[in-house]
Design a protein around this ligand. Sequence first.
Ligand code: BES
Ligand code: MN
Ligand code: ZN
Length: 496
Amino acid sequence: MKFNIKSGSPEQQRTDCVIVGVFEKRRLSPAAQQLDEAAGGLLTEVVKRGDMDGKLEQVLLLHAVPGIEAERVLLVGCGHERELGDSPFRKIVRKAAVTLNETGATGAASYLGELPVKGRPLHWRLRQVVETTDQALYRFEPFKTKTETTYRPLRRMTLMVTDRKELPEGKRAVAEGTAIAAGIRLTRDLGNTPANVCTPTHLARQAAALAKRYATITHKVLKEKEMEKMGMGALLAVARGSRQPARFIILEYNGAGEEQPVVLVGKGVTFDSGGISIKPSAAMDEMKYDMCGAASVLGVFRALGELALPLNVVGLIPATENLPDGEATKPGDIVTSLSGQTIEILNTDAEGRLILCDALTYAERYRPQVVIDIATLTGACIIALGHQASAVLGNHSPLVHDLLKAGQESGDRAWELPLWEEYQEQLKSRFADMANIGGRPAGTITAACFLARFTEKMHWAHLDIAGTAWQSGEKKNATGRPVPLLMQYLLDKVAR
Ligand code: BES
Ligand code: MN
Ligand code: ZN
């Protein structure tokens, strides 16, 4: 999808379709009113007949409206104006995109950015239109020999503002939205790619491709030999059972000279069978999504490359499969992490924390201003928060606060769970410095407690995205979360 911005009145737009809103009950939005006047009251007439009363997500497509340059007019129901918050606004935008995609229109001029969303300025609304439209039209079909894609899909959308003075703000919104949408797409594509293709080596190639495309990005990939030399015993313990070699991927985005970087660490388990503590087979295919943390880091770098923000960001991706095998790590095995601390691996399915702890120790060498890890870490997180919010836990409350705020702003929300000292007790081991599991209670918290033992020297936060990174069942699909949250966090940093 291509997006651009323009100012002008709706009746004069030469395009396949003009998109305007109608509120309940039968109240025309400003752009709809303008069309109505140009068309001699036709829209008023149509809504009077009862074909469109403005209910949320109702749509009506009109052809060859007299007095109007565009071939079509799409009326989208917006519900009650007073109730127009973030969530209905996204529904309206999604509905418009999906509806148009099914018609012959390949281009459109959208006036949905004018809708008065509660507490949201023009810049926010326009950026949301871009991100939401792009996400609504996303399909993943490189593995289908007969594609299901619409014959004439929507390809271009012009976001309309009424006043020329709004153009600079609009341009910025479209640029940000386009970059973030591209990041989200990459994250979704990598998540959806099956594990026989999306291996640790495949992830490393993605990093190489980003470094090749953007002059601001460099990359480095460590192989198992080098990880061994360094002493990444926890990461390598997970990789033992797999024939696919593990990779440690390092990405550096330089946009601010010598400034201390933000370090992002993404869990890259390209398939999690559980290892010797093997998972039940129902829905095990979804464990191809266990690299969505890594994919979100790559997505952020894609967006950073496009946007050229004045920041330094480092991405660290420990990438491996978790499989059972004659060489695989066994319950009870004890390993030494890069930090020197020893870990008794009581459950090989708690592998995410094992690869993350070595990556977090590695992060120390950057003296980061903050380090944020992103991981599909615990099934318990889905029990706690469902599929609405990612969990956030950390050792520095301003950082946690900033992440929560970025979630609110972007609509990619997170919710804090406590990281109290008392929970640490659950990680006691009879034979090593710690165990890698903490029992059934508070599984998301004890997983974060484990990571906290490796981040004491840094300002750190952890995002558990087990419930938000993908949708299950019928609608199985990667979501691209938490790329919007992370990008908002980085944009907010620049604005300060
Ligand atoms: N990748 C899983 C977590 C997960 C499971 C995410 C289901 C999304 C859906 C992780 O590696 C894992 O297996 N965690 C275990 C931890 C337990 C053994 C302490 C879990 O959640 O069951
Ligand atoms: Mn696991
Ligand atoms: Zn896992």
